[in-house]
Design a protein around this ligand. Structure first.
Ligand SMILES: [Zn+2]
Length: 210
């Protein structure tokens, strides 16, 4: 599997470009900004983007999605219950002081157990509400890799004080869904360094046994 991680935008959201080495089909997860660089990676690996997956509707994750869709023709996938947040991208832009990215249209809603695929690569959507109303993570079982959005970080978890956030829900998502994954699962968080489920199970203060 081709996997490039590119931190994009002022908040350095980790955008993932995931491609199948044989069919050259690809998925882009969380193209928040810097679409020219993302397209550069796609060209470098000679990939064809089949799906644009958004873990949640915060501007630093979804801000570049419409531009990437226009450039590649790939559909945008996001849980429909994050649509309310998506409609306030201009407000979110003001929060972090960036220009508004304009309207982002969603082509398909994704939820628990939905499949995301590019060639032979298959990811499973894990529904992990808490950071936003309907955040999702994407798990690639064969590669034992989790794209965690802003639900889990190395040593921390996503903030829950923004609209749609819930501390109780994120704790429940982490304990019932993410800690159910094998320890060796590599975790690519929405921001910051990569980690593993085992490492976080052992040392993340939010994941201590309840
Ligand atoms: Zn976020």
């Amino acid at each position: 599997m081709i996997h490039e991680i590119l931190p994009v935008g002022p908040l350095q959201c980790n955008c993932s470009v995931i491609g199948d080495e044989s069919t050259r089909e690809a998925i882009v997860i969380d193209p928040g900004d810097n679409i020219a660089q993302i397209l550069g990676l796609i060209n470098k690996h000679q990939l064809q983007v089949k799906q644009i997956v958004i873990t949640h509707a915060h501007i630093d994750h979804v801000g570049g999605a419409a531009k990437l869709r226009a450039a590649t023709g790939a559909p945008i996938l996001l849980n429909q219950n994050d649509y309310a947040l998506l409609k306030m991208l201009d407000v979110q832009a003001a929060w972090i002081g960036v220009p508004t990215p304009g309207k982002v249209e969603i082509d398909r809603s994704i939820g628990q157990a939905d499949r995301i695929s590019a060639g032979q690569i298959e990811g499973q959507v894990i529904h992990t509400p808490g950071h936003t109303e309907e955040s999702v993570c994407v798990y690639f079982p064969l590669e034992k890799k989790l794209i965690a959005g802003d639900t889990l970080f190395a040593g921390s978890i996503g903030r829950t004080d923004l609209p749609g956030g819930s501390f109780d829900k994120i704790i429940d998502s982490l304990h019932t869904k993410l800690l159910a994954l094998p320890d060796e699962t590599a975790v690519v968080p929405g921001h910051g360094p990569v980690t593993t489920i085992g490492e976080e199970r052992e040392s993340n203060p939010f994941l201590k046994k309840l």
